[in-house]
Design a binder for this molecule. Structure first.
Ligand SMILES: CC(C)(COP(=O)(O)OP(=O)(O)OC[C@H]1O[C@@H](n2cnc3c(N)ncnc32)[C@H](O)[C@@H]1OP(=O)(O)O)[C@@H](O)C(=O)NCCC(=O)NCCS
Length: 141
């Protein structure tokens, strides 16, 4: 028997403008204080930004810069961590991706802002040189 698609199947097939990556914080993600290690959080942000940049450009993309990352509150073991990434600006071959990291308490559902970051990706061709990317449509345009 084939399992029926979820009720929101059509929404799931639509191209997302915001990339959301969701995970659960486990012991292997922790620092010595028992909260999410900054390097792991950075990796989650970079991965999420990578997916957003790839979805926007449909090219091979590489990280060229991390403009700013702020960790504003710790994420605790056993919490859900959700990383949202969105292409907010484009140059000729570069894309700026703003990233937001949210923690969610498993049983209460309480959500809080834990981090933000701004990443720059460049699209590259088969020769590893930069190639043009589609321009982002500014919000409200
Ligand atoms: C991506 C790469 C091919 C670009 O080469 P380059 O010679 O710097 O190319 P350019 O000078 O033409 O710059 C290309 C674009 O990147 C932007 N850029 C380059 N370095 C940047 C940085 N540190 N921060 C922000 N933007 C940067 C430029 O402004 C330009 O943007 P635009 O085309 O939108 O105007 C090269 O830097 C590279 O291979 N980097 C390593 C990437 C990598 O391995 N990442 C994994 C993490 S280690």
């Amino acid at each position: 028997m084939t399992i029926a698609p979820t009720p929101n199947y059509d929404d799931a097939l639509a191209a997302p403008t915001v990339t959301r990556m969701t995970d659960i914080v486990m012991s292997e993600h922790l620092n010595h204080r028992g909260t999410l290690f900054g390097g792991v959080a950075l990796s989650m942000m970079d991965r999420s930004a990578f997916v957003a940049a790839t979805r926007h450009s449909r090219q091979t993309v590489v990280t060229v810069g991390v403009d700013e990352v702020d960790y504003v509150a710790p994420v605790h073991i056993g919490e859900i961590v959700e990383v949202l990434a969105e292409v907010t600006a484009t140059g000729r071959t570069s894309m700026t991706i703003d990233v937001t990291m949210i923690a969610e308490v498993l049983l209460s559902g309480e959500r809080r802002l834990c981090g933000t970051g701004r990443f720059v990706f460049v699209a590259i061709g088969a020769d590893d040189r930069p190639v043009r990317v589609p321009q982002v449509v500014p919000k409200g345009a």
